[in-house]
Ligand binder design. Structure first.
Ligand code: PEP
Ligand code: MN
Length: 341
């Protein structure tokens, strides 16, 4: 059950509702939203008697039964799509949003050139990793705070918002100081300490699907963030590990409409990590628009052959510009579809 309190409910009124819920044997999880307190009540058995009792309490705005284990992120809880404001635009609204940039921030000129190309092509968000989750401990691990500074500088110079990965709960305050969106990488999708700490990060989150995670597990991870106080969460399909080895991962493209049926959170597709191969990024990017994602995140680099990470899947800046032009008719149709609901 989710119980929304009326605006400006007093501490005593909230306590009375909590007490009533506990009398019925449910566990409580309370969220202090911007306008009102929302309480998730979790437990077993028929919730009808409790719901009826709560609905009679004057300070309760609404009490709804939600059977899914992911509650706040479910369509049952909220029908309208979540729109996440970032600078002067929204993710999850009427605009298709492209995020792009290098896998890792390497140098000022590399990130600046990338930012200029992304902005010129109509992208809205600059990506670039400063804390890199690398399979080998001997691979480049990222420039850390120096990388965040360069990314922020490039974002400010071009008017782009910036997204970058945060790998541990201890780094959240530092990364949140610089970034407009915090990325949680596939390898950390179930780092529950990190997910909990994002509740108070004060920044929107992009949560990437784990390498071997189901859609339900992805939603449960998003639920952690929302239940800890941050409802600005977008999800990212970036391919999953299967028996197929021709592509780096197997893109679960149908996850996009599946997620749109199951949750009100925006869904982003990452055709770069999903394929691992530059030539496959444009067709998959087009499929992502056509299938109704809210946006794309892609890797692009001024000189992919020399990239310190993920060069094989990075488009060079000309290829990125060309892809953005090719995406325009798809984005036009996407807009018409969105208007039509
Ligand atoms: C990345 O975006 O560079 C990255 C490491 O992605 P993922 O977590 O999806 O592997
Ligand atoms: Mn990468």
């Amino acid at each position: 059950m989710i119980i929304s309190m009326k605006r400006n409910s007093s501490r005593e009124e909230i306590e009375a509702v909590r007490q009533r819920i506990e009398d019925f044997g449910y566990k409580i999880h309370q969220i202090q939203g911007e306008e009102r307190v929302v309480i998730a009540a979790v437990g077993v058995g028929d919730v009808t008697p409790c719901l009826e009792a709560l609905e009679m309490m004057p300070q309760v705005e609404q009490a709804v039964r939600i059977s899914a284990p992911y509650k706040f992120v479910s369509k049952e809880f909220r029908k309208e799509p979540t729109r996440i404001p970032i600078k002067s635009f929204e993710i999850g609204g009427d605009e298709f949003v492209v995020m792009a940039g290098p896998c890792s921030v390497e140098s000022e000129s590399q990130i600046m050139q990338s930012a200029e190309a992304v902005a010129a092509a109509g992208g809205k968000v600059l990506r670039g990793g400063a804390f890199k989750p690398r399979t080998s401990p001997y691979d480049f691990q990222g420039l850390a705070e120096e990388g965040l500074k360069l990314l922020r500088k490039a974002g400010d110079a071009t008017g782009l918002a910036i997204i970058t990965e945060v790998m541990s709960d201890g780094d959240v305050p530092l990364v949140a100081e610089y970034a407009d969106i915090l990325q949680i990488g596939a390898r950390n999708m179930q780092n529950f300490a990190l997910l909990k700490s994002l509740g108070k990060a004060g920044r929107p989150i992009m949560l990437k699907r784990g390498l071997s995670s189901t859609i339900k597990e992805l939603l449960m991870s998003a639920e952690y963030v929302v239940a800890h106080g941050n409802s600005d969460v977008m999800l990212c399909e970036r391919g999953i590990r299967t028996f197929e080895t021709i592509t780096r991962n197997t893109c679960d493209i149908v996850a996009v409409p599946v997620l749109r049926e199951m949750t009100h959170l925006p869904v982003i597709l990452d055709p770069s990590h999903a394929t691992g191969k530059r030539s496959l990024v444009p067709p998959l990017a087009k499929a992502g628009v056509a299938i109704g994602a809210d946006g794309l995140i892609m890797e692009t680099h001024p000189c992919p052959e020399k990239a310190w990470s993920d060069g094989a899947q990075s488009l060079d800046l000309q290829q990125f510009g060309k892809l953005m032009r090719e995406l325009q008719p798809f984005i036009g149709l996407w807009g018409e579809q969105r208007k039509g609901g």
